[in-house]
Design a protein around this ligand. Sequence first.
Ligand code: ATP
Ligand code: MG
Length: 373
Amino acid sequence: MNPFSYGTIVQGSNFYDRKVECARIIDILSGGNNMVLYAPRRFGKTSLIFKAMAQLKAQGFICVYFDFMPVFSPESFVRLYSKALAEKQTNLQRFTQIFTSAVQSIRPLLTFDSHGSPEFSIDFAGSTVDETLIAQLLDIPEKLAETTKKRVIVFFDEFQEVGKLSSINFEGLLRSKIQQQFATNYLFFGSKTHMLKEMFNDKKRAFYHSASQMTIGALPEKDTIEYLQKKFADSAITLDTETAKYIISVTADIPHYIQLMAAEIWQYVINSQTIVTKKIVDDCVERLLALKNDYYMELFDRQSQSKKQLLQALTVNGENIFSTAYINAHYLPSAATLQRAVKKLVQDGTIEKMNRTYFITDPFFKLFVTATT
Ligand SMILES: Nc1ncnc2c1ncn2[C@@H]1O[C@H](COP(=O)(O)OP(=O)(O)OP(=O)(O)O)[C@@H](O)[C@H]1O
Ligand SMILES: [Mg+2]
């Protein structure tokens, strides 16, 4: 079986490093504070949070994980959040009672499947999903804490998606609820860094300075090299340090793409070769690019001329991109037009900003764009 995994939450021996970050998350949350975690796409946020969550559970906290990504309406929030709250409950009967006491307009249902295991669901019975209902639902973690005498921590993944609930002023509502809760803490995180930063750093927003802020970067190069070498060595394949560094550089040091690349290389060499060479890495990059060629072509094609120009410039360098020197060197439009192009590309996730530097989010798309210049 391929020892590398990507596209899923990694756990156990597939997860390395992040010890300092994990300890900090645990300290802040167990210390009774709320937290917001920023990191660009595919850096390993959800995996890290799952690790922290397991440790917090072991310390006796009730942990609720909720992903805002599938939420598309207030009604879907009610359905999915109710389910998430019920999910890890050891005593569903007690949870159903808590639910009934907190939420007046919808009925919780406790049924039993063919194996006799209890299942929790809700029945809207035609009731309208309004601010009152959402507010009552948001009270449940605190009620759960009061009943169980355990502290509760709610983990809101892809939290920037709360914007989809603006019709019911969700942001303001949640903020006011959180302020009234003393046995519940929250961790907010997500991949649209700029949107989250706006939520927590803009004076006009409900969540302004309401949580301790933290960011995660790339995994330390030394640890990645060791990890890759060990995993290949387990299959009797040698990966020297230089080639490992080359893998890290073509994947822009982004955890997801490192694993994707390593998985592709492993598949390529297993049963035929015992040493990974730079040439093999290049062949695998070609294979991956060929697979995504149509998609990248379409993605690039649909950009305006100034965006194309900017994407090409970013393959070279992403610092001081609004400076006259940069604009002139890369034949970019005026700073105002450039600002708009950057904003749109950041919004749709094609590019991101980290440490004052802009970069193309998907390193393989970056390679594709490089090849078009
Ligand atoms: N600590 C780690 N050790 C090993 N691999 C990791 C680690 N963190 C992340 N990865 C790799 O990155 C992939 C993405 O991880 P994860 O889904 O946790 O990131 P994310 O930041 O939540 O991504 P998204 O922005 O898509 O939500 C994993 O499937 C794995 O391949
Ligand atoms: Mg994630």
